[in-house]
Ligand binder design. Structure first.
Ligand SMILES: Nc1ncnc2c1ncn2[C@@H]1O[C@H](COP(=O)(O)OP(=O)(O)OP(=O)(O)O)[C@@H](O)[C@H]1O
Ligand SMILES: O=P(O)(O)OC[C@H]1O[C@H](OP(=O)(O)O)[C@H](O)[C@@H]1O
Length: 180
């Protein structure tokens, strides 16, 4: 059976990368997709492939991405090689922009979307605590947090306002319900 592409979406700071890492630890058969990003190397938060804008354009022209988008002044690409991993039966977790969800649903029949939520106060506290962005960039990310899920796209909505353990348990129950 083909693997499932599990997209994790939600506003900046909601905890997508933290939840993805914890999910993969709890269920080691799930693999994390490494994104190609025009971000400076070594900024942490996730394991990504840093590239220049010129290199990103080359990869795009060579059809190296199955999904790509722009946000926060950066370009993001999902390697087309994920199709081979899925064909091999591996379930994959991928951090996506909410804006590419309709395209993702059209392109990947076996897929699911985890939509993480948290209050504006939690988002602000977490972005400030993480310290990866400047105060100006944090303010812009908080403004963008109001962006919703595109209409008609089915999602599994899970609050990450509580502990990571609670979120991971709820996500695993929804994604892999125990058959009785
Ligand atoms: N349930 C949680 N409880 C407490 N802190 C959390 C929880 N989830 C995430 N965090 C913390 O919140 C901060 C933001 O989390 P993370 O980087 O995973 O968010 P993100 O949604 O991937 O953000 P971005 O889209 O900006 O990359 C991190 O410092 C992380 O440790
Ligand atoms: O607001 P939307 O479009 O849903 O998401 C836009 C981008 O924001 C986050 O980027 P990062 O992980 O902070 O670099 C997401 O992962 C996505 O790439």
């Amino acid at each position: 059976m083909t693997g499932r592409l599990i997209a994790v979406v939600g506003p900046s700071g909601v905890g997508k990368d933290s939840v993805m890492t914890a999910l993969a630890e709890r269920r080691p058969s799930i693999e994390l997709v490494r994104r190609v990003i025009t971000r400076a190397p070594g900024l942490g938060g996730e394991d990504y492939t840093p590239v220049t804008e010129d290199r990103f354009a080359e990869l795009l022209a060579a059809d190296a991405f199955c999904l790509h988008w722009a946000a926060h002044g950066l370009l993001y690409g999902i390697p087309a090689t994920v199709r081979d991993q899925l064909a091999g039966g591996t379930d994959l977790l991928v951090n996506l922009s909410r804006s590419v969800l309709p395209e993702m649903k059209r392109a990947f029949a076996n897929s699911a979307i985890l939509s993480l939520t948290a209050t504006p106060e939690t988002l602000a506290r977490r972005l400030q605590g993480r310290g990866r962005e400047t105060p100006d960039s944090i303010a812009k990310r908080l403004e963008r947090s109001a962006l919703g899920i595109p209409e008609g796209v089915p999602v599994i909505e899970i609050s990450n306002d509580g502990s990571l353990d609670e979120t991971v348990a709820a996500a695993l129950n929804a994604l892999y319900p125990v058959k009785v």
